[in-house]
Design a protein around this ligand. Structure first.
Ligand SMILES: NC(=O)c1ccc[n+]([C@@H]2O[C@H](COP(=O)([O-])OP(=O)(O)OC[C@H]3O[C@@H](n4cnc5c(N)ncnc54)[C@H](O)[C@@H]3O)[C@@H](O)[C@H]2O)c1
Length: 354
C-alpha cells in the first residue's frame, strides 16, 4: 500500500511522514509520496524533506518520491494536510469561515484531481481545517465512504487521556468516543466511556465522580469562560489552571492552549492521523471516530442525520462502513443535533461550489 501526504512539508505533514516511517507503518517496499505546491515555498522544501527523511531512515525507509502537481498524486491512501491554519499565538484566532475561505480552494483542487486521475479506490484522511468542509468537498467528488476526517479521532484520544489522568490510569485502559465538530464544538460521549478492569456499576460510579453532576448543556459556556480566564495568565499558570478543570473541558482547552502557546499540536495530530492510516492499511475493520458524510443512516433524538458529522465509525481498508451512535444520553443527543445544525450552516455557503 502506498501513501501520499498533501502538505508534506507543513508542521503536521512532516510529522505524519516521520511517524509513518518511525512507527514502520510503511514497509520499505511501499511508496510514500510527498506532495507540495509548485511555485510555492513547499515546492523546493518537498525535495529537501525527501532527502532529509532518507538521510534519517535509510535502513527502513519506504520508497519516497515527490509530486508538485495534483494530477500526479497516486496512492492507496491520501492524507490531506495542506493549507492554512489558525495563528499559533495567544489570542490569535481566525474564525472557521475564514479558514474555510482559505482552504476550500486547496481541498477542491485535489478532490477534482483525484476524481479525474485517481484509481477510484483511494481512501482519504482529512486533516486540513475545517475538517468538516474538507470531508464534504472530497466526499462529493470521491464517494462518502472513502473519506474520513481525523479530527474526531484526535478529540477522542484527548478525551480518553484526560479521563485516564483523572482516574490515575494510562490511556490504553480507557474506551469511549468524541463526536460532533472538531475543536471547541466537540461532543464528549460520556455514555460510551469504558474502563478496562471496571464492571458496569464501578464504571458508572467512576464516570459520575468525574462529571460531578455537570451536563453538556453548559459545555459551551464553560469552554468560553475557561478560554477567557486563561488568556490573562502566563503560560505555566495557564497549564496549571487547565489541570484543575473537569476532564471533558480539559480535552478541549489543553490543545487550544498548546496551539496558542506557539508549539502547535502537530505531534498529537500526526499521531492520531497515523493511527487511522495504520487501521486502513491493516486490513481489519476497527471502530474509530471520524468526521464522515452521513446520508440519513443514523437516527438521533428522532432525527435522521445528514451532512458531515464526527461519530464513531467502523473503518477498514476500503474506508468507513457503519456509524455507531446508539443509545446516547439526552444531553449528548441534544448537543450532537445542535452541532450537526451548526456544521450544516457553516457548510451551506460552500455547497453550491465545486
Ligand atoms: N484536524 C486536526 O485535528 C488538525 C490539527 C492540527 C492542524 N490541522 C490543520 O492541518 C492543516 C495543516 O496544519 P499545519 O500546522 O501543518 O500548517 P502549516 O502551515 O505548517 O503547513 C501547511 C502546509 O501546506 C502547504 N500547502 C499550502 N497549499 C498547498 C497546496 N495547494 N498543495 C500542497 N501543499 C500546500 C504549505 O506550503 C505548508 O507546507 C491546517 O489546515 C490545520 O488547521 C488539523
Amino acid at each position: 500500500m502506498d501513501i501520499a501526504v498533501l502538505g508534506a512539508t507543513g508542521d503536521v505533514g512532516r510529522q505524519v511522514c516521520t511517524q509513518l516511517i518511525e512507527r514502520r507503518v510503511l514497509p520499505p517496499t511501499s511508496r510514500l509520496q510527498l506532495v507540495g505546491r509548485r511555485g510555492g515555498a513547499s515546492g523546493r522544501a518537498t525535495y529537501g524533506l525527501r532527502a532529509d527523511l532518507i538521510d534519517a531512515y535509510d535502513e527502513h525507509a519506504p520508497l519516497i518520491d515527490v509530486a508538485l502537481d495534483p494530477a500526479d498524486v497516486v496512492a492507496d491512501v491520501v492524507v490531506v494536510a495542506a493549507g492554512m491554519t489558525t495563528p499559533a499565538a495567544p489570542g490569535g484566532s481566525i474564525d472557521r469561515s475564514q479558514l474555510a475561505a482559505a482552504n476550500h480552494g486547496v481541498v477542491a483542487e485535489y478532490a477534482r484531481a483525484l476524481a479525474e486521475h485517481g484509481s477510484g479506490h483511494e481512501v482519504v484522511v482529512v486533516v486540513s481545517n475545517p475538517v468538516e468542509l474538507g470531508v464534504a468537498v472530497l466526499a462529493r467528488e470521491l464517494g462518502r465512504h472513502r473519506v474520513i476526517g481525523m479530527g474526531a479521532w484526535l478529540d477522542t484520544l484527548r478525551f480518553r487521556r484526560e479521563v485516564a489522568v483523572s482516574l490515575g490510569l494510562r490511556r490504553h485502559r480507557i474506551g469511549g468516543f468524541v463526536a460532533g465538530q472538531h475543536g471547541t464544538d466537540l461532543v464528549p460521549l460520556w455514555s460510551t466511556v469504558r474502563v478496562s478492569g471496571l464492571d458496569a456499576g464501578e464504571r458508572r460510579a467512576a464516570v459520575d465522580g468525574l462529571r460531578t453532576g455537570r451536563s453538556l448543556g453548559t459545555f459551551d459556556a464553560e469552554v468560553a469562560a475557561a478560554q477567557r480566564e486563561l488568556l490573562d495568565l502566563d503560560v505555566a499558570s495557564a497549564y496549571a489552571r487547565v489541570d484543575a478543570l473537569p476532564a471533558d473541558l480539559r480535552a478541549v482547552i489543553r490543545p487550544w492552549l498548546t496551539h496558542t502557546s506557539g508549539a502547535k499540536t502537530a505531534t498529537g495530530t500526526a499521531g492520531a492521523t497515523v493511527d487511522l492510516l495504520e487501521t486502513v492499511l491493516d486490513g481489519r475493520e476497527i471502530v474509530v471516530a471520524g468526521q464522515v458524510q452521513l446520508a440519513g443512516e443514523v437516527v438521533v433524538g428522532g432525527r435522521r442525520l445528514t451532512g458531515v458529522l464526527g461519530a464513531p465509525v467502523v473503518l477498514g481498508p476500503d474506508g468507513w462502513t457503519r456509524v455507531l451512535l446508539d443509545d446516547l444520553a439526552a444531553d449528548e443527543a441534544e448537543r450532537l443535533l445542535a452541532c450537526a445544525d451548526r456544521i450544516h450552516a457553516s457548510l451551506a455557503p460552500w455547497e453550491a461550489r465545486a
